[in-house]
Design a protein around this ligand. Structure first.
Ligand SMILES: CC(C)(COP(=O)(O)OP(=O)(O)OC[C@H]1O[C@@H](n2cnc3c(N)ncnc32)[C@H](O)[C@@H]1OP(=O)(O)O)[C@@H](O)C(=O)NCCC(=O)NCCS
Length: 165
């Protein structure tokens, strides 16, 4: 049902569409409606760095890109760890796409990069993402009070992590 591959230039429009959707920018610490010029610069700068990756998730039957994830390895002395974030198109949430993408991120980190730990930050009210992370045995490492300013007020977040084999 899903195919996961690395980012290519044709994906920029999709990226801009997804990051302009309220559930996506509000839950991933971004401002609304990123311009395509800025986004292109951000993507180029991100991918130019060593061990920084962007993956795209395609719905095979619909021949459509429906999600993306970024993952980057941390620098020494934290080089056993990587940080990641991901978004699924609002029209395609709740059909297992996030599950498939997270499964691949864990597999890639463990079996291709030989990493020992995945870390992330998630708003405390993002129940859907937190449930998904817990399903894959991520645990909460700590609460960050007033992590970001969203819709006129400060919002708390959790640090979460998964130790890999
Ligand atoms: C969070 C997100 C990545 C999940 O992806 P998804 O494709 O919608 O989720 P899936 O269909 O793969 O569901 C995976 C799990 O999420 C949890 N989940 C799904 N819908 C949920 C809901 N409405 N409430 C609580 N948990 C829910 C469940 O644990 C589910 O597993 P299950 O079906 O075995 O019970 C996606 O909704 C998204 O992009 N949200 C906006 C951006 C975001 O929050 N990114 C993460 C920031 S840290």
């Amino acid at each position: 049902m899903f195919k996961i591959r690395e980012y290519c230039d044709d994906d920029l429009n999709h990226l801009q569409k997804v990051l302009s959707q309220p559930s996506n920018y509000q839950q991933t610490f971004q401002l609304p409606a990123p311009s395509s010029i800025k986004l292109k610069q951000q993507v180029s700068a991100f991918l130019a760095r060593e061990n920084h990756f962007i993956f795209m998730l395609e719905h095979i039957d619909h021949k459509k890109v429906i999600g993306r994830a970024n993952l980057y390895c941390l620098e020494p002395p934290r080089h056993h760890s990587a940080r990641f974030g991901f978004n699924i198109d609002e029209d395609y949430q709740n059909i297992g796409a996030g599950n498939a993408l997270l499964e691949e991120l864990i597999n890639f980190s463990q079996n291709k990069l030989n990493l020992k730990k995945l870390v992330l930050t998630v708003y405390t009210d993002n129940n859907k993402a937190i449930n998904l992370y817990k399903k894959f045995n991520f645990r909460e490492d700590g609460l960050i009070r007033k992590f970001a300013f969203r819709d006129g007020k400060y919002v708390d977040a959790y640090h979460m992590s998964l130790e890999l084999n």
